[in-house]
Design a protein around this ligand. Structure first.
Ligand code: 5GP
Length: 174
């Protein structure tokens, strides 16, 4: 997946051949997409100079989407006329990315591509076009490699399935 991503991000820039948005603006969705973003940036090396981040919220502290997306911390770059490449950890209902995609176009982005590490297509409520999916997974709540449950488990170096009975005990114990 990794080298495919690198080629895709580079090639698309060249095919567009448009000086205005040839260079992609990588937009990482905090906090979950950070490990994925770091690995990708390492792969891209000096190929990417524009990088930004945005923090959105739809889950609060639970494992069920609240269905309302809010900007917790906005991006700094102006997306106007830019080719924006969103890096996301996981797409579930699709609400978060549909919201972000629309927001970027409303603010004048020339194009928006979505690269997600994980996708749960069976959970989709809002359709959103995905440029690249690392792994499709079934309808299970996952954690690790950036993905948290109430702020925990993000640092796990692997992705696991959330087992409520085990995690509930751990969360209670702090
Ligand atoms: P959506 O708006 O597509 O329903 O949800 C996107 C966001 O929900 C993701 O960025 C992520 O923060 C969170 N999310 C969705 N599914 C999971 C999951 O299985 N595990 C974790 N930890 N977060 C999830």
């Amino acid at each position: 997946m990794a080298s495919g991503l690198r080629q895709s991000i580079r090639r698309r820039g060249q095919v567009q051949g448009d000086a205005v948005h040839e260079e992609p603006l990588l937009l990482s969705v905090l906090e979950g997409a950070l490990p994925f973003t770091r690995q990708l940036c390492r792969l891209l090396g000096r190929g990417v100079e524009s990088f930004d981040r945005i923090k959105l919220s739809s889950y609060g502290d639970g494992t069920v989407s609240q269905g309302r997306v809010e900007v917790v911390r906005d991006m700094r770059e102006d997306p106007r006329g830019r080719r924006v490449v969103i890096l996301e950890d996981i797409v579930d209902t699709g609400r978060t990315l549909a919201f972000l995609r629309k927001r970027l176009f409303d603010r004048g982005a020339a194009s928006v591509e979505i690269y997600t590490l994980l996708d749960k297509p069976s959970r989709r409520v809002v359709e959103v076009p995905l440029t690249s999916v690392g792994f499709e997974i079934p309808d299970q709540f996952v954690l690790g490699f950036g993905l948290d449950v109430a702020g925990k488990y993000r640092d796990l170096p692997y992705i696991g399935i959330f087992e409520e009975s085990v995690a509930a005990r751990e969360l209670k114990e702090g």
